[in-house]
Design a protein around this ligand. Structure first.
Ligand code: AMP
Ligand code: GLY
Length: 428
């Protein structure tokens, strides 16, 4: 089979790496890819939003399956465009991707179908939004309706902070059209958990559990990022919690989307708060999390292409996914300054030679390129994902950080405490 993966991050590197290792795989292409992806796939210089050229390339090369990584092309309808062109594509349609593309849509689905989530109200009027905050008080959470590159959520500790978030979105236009409408919701207390499922439009098969760290600095401090590290399994996800998530949130969502005429096919990510009253939905993503994908795929024993095809063909209910028992952990190395502004083109030494245990350690690339001399340079905010497997989280973590110590990138930084919660649990 020939695959085309759309995207250029660590998630797409892990997808390409896993597809390339399958006995079903004849070729993997990636649009646009990065320097690490180029080691396992043929990178083609096509942007993720250039739908015409993606269709043309897939047709010319007789691609058997297109796998779309990031949310933006999904929400804009890349899977619809490919399907109309007769090309098999893995991922949700634009209609189903509204679960991530519009917070208001997602909240209304929850309300209509009784899926547990924070109490909320939608607003397109600034004064009404301000009045609602005054009435409810703090803490309270303000969210842009549309995609805002992970920056559209304000968890406000005070009424003033919440009012300021409303003004920034609705008066200053900080998020453009994405912030013209807001969802304002109740603050939920508890431990967060990410939950992933592979979905075929009717059936949903849970994937291995994984947890990311969104804050930039140690101790879960500092600004929110796309994710500075992840680990799998996530011990907070006990079998009892998993059963409740499947029964109370995942399965009702699948049924709801079918009833709405937009059956969900692809990877569904549930961002959850484990509250005193049980699991409640914070948000959906309609694709793999990054870097959660990296640790989940490292633990996947089953054949990925077979699983993706079963999802595309609607036959997942007879499919069983198997996982390695070991733990997997990913540490993100980012450019100093991320998630704010940072220098581009800084040299990275030793990314390959740092790996002395290739059985257990792999470095996925998130934002890299080769300069004219073939040397590796950083091109993004998140740059490398140093991933390791181990019999315990502690062992995986020691292997990952041991590898990082041998990478020479003065312009990079990383968190030194990835998986601290899991380690505390492991230590008892
Ligand atoms: P989101 O982009 O929706 O994942 O929100 C970013 C982060 O804000 C989440 O990972 C949570 O930590 C936090 N958050 C969002 N909504 C709530 C809520 N209703 N209560 C408490 N924390 C929240
Ligand atoms: N790591 C969270 C995300 O991919 O959005």
């Amino acid at each position: 089979m020939k695959f085309l993966v759309v995207g250029s991050g660590g998630r797409e590197h892990a997808i390409c790496w896993t597809l390339a290792a399958s006995p079903l795989c004849d070729a993997v292409f990636c649009a646009p890819g990065n320097a690490g992806i180029a080691e396992v796939a043929d990178c083609v210089d096509i942007s993720v939003n250039d739908f015409d050229r993606i269709v043309e390339f897939a047709r010319d090369r007789a691609i058997d399956l297109v796998v779309v990584g990031p949310e933006e092309p999904l929400v804009k309808g890349l899977v619809d465009v490919l399907t109309e062109a007769g090309i098999k594509a893995f991922g949700p349609t634009a209609a189903a991707a509204q679960l991530e593309g519009s917070k208001g849509f997602m909240k209304d689905i929850c309300r209509k179908y009784g899926i547990p989530t924070a109490e909320y109200q939608r607003f397109d009027d600034r004064n009404a939004a301000r009045a609602y905050i005054q009435e409810k008080g703090a803490p309270i959470v303000v969210k842009t309706d549309g995609l805002a590159a992970g920056k559209g959520v304000t968890v406000a500790a005070t009424v003033e902070e919440a009012l300021q978030a409303v003004d920034e979105a609705m008066a200053d236009g900080k998020f453009g059209a994405a912030g013209a409408e807001l969802v304002i919701e109740e603050f939920m207390e508890g431990e967060e958990l990410s939950f992933f499922a592979l979905c075929d439009g009717a059936a949903a098969v849970p994937l291995a559990s994984a947890q990311d760290h969104k804050a930039a600095y140690d101790g879960d401090k500092g600004p929110n990022t796309g994710g500075m590290g992840a680990y799998s399994p996530a011990p907070v996800c006990t079998p009892e919690i998993e059963a409740r998530i499947v029964e109370e949130i995942l399965n009702p969502t699948m049924a709801a989307m079918t009833a709405e005429g937009a059956p969900f096919r692809g990877i569904l990510f549930l961002g959850l708060m484990i509250t005193a009253a049980g699991p409640k939905l914070i948000e959906f993503n309609v694709r793999f999390g990054d870097p959660e994908c990296q640790v989940i795929l490292m633990r996947l024993m089953s054949d990925l292409p077979s699983a993706l095809l079963a999802a595309c063909d609607g036959v997942l209910s007879t499919f069983d996914l198997r996982w390695y028992e070991e733990s997997a952990l990913a540490v993100v190395m980012a450019s100093k300054g991320y998630p704010g502004s940072y220098d581009k083109g800084t040299p990275i030494g030793g990314a390959e030679s740092a790996v002395d245990d290739p059985e257990n350690v792999f470095v996925f690339h998130a934002g890299t390129a080769r300069n004219g001399d073939g040397a590796l340079v950083a091109t993004g905010g998140r740059v490398l994902n140093v991933c390791a497997m181990g019999d315990t989280v502690a062992e995986a973590r020691a292997r990952a950080y041991g590898t990082i110590d041998r990478i020479d990138w003065p312009n990079g930084f990383y968190r030194t405490d990835i998986a601290w919660r899991a380690l505390e649990r492991e230590a008892g």
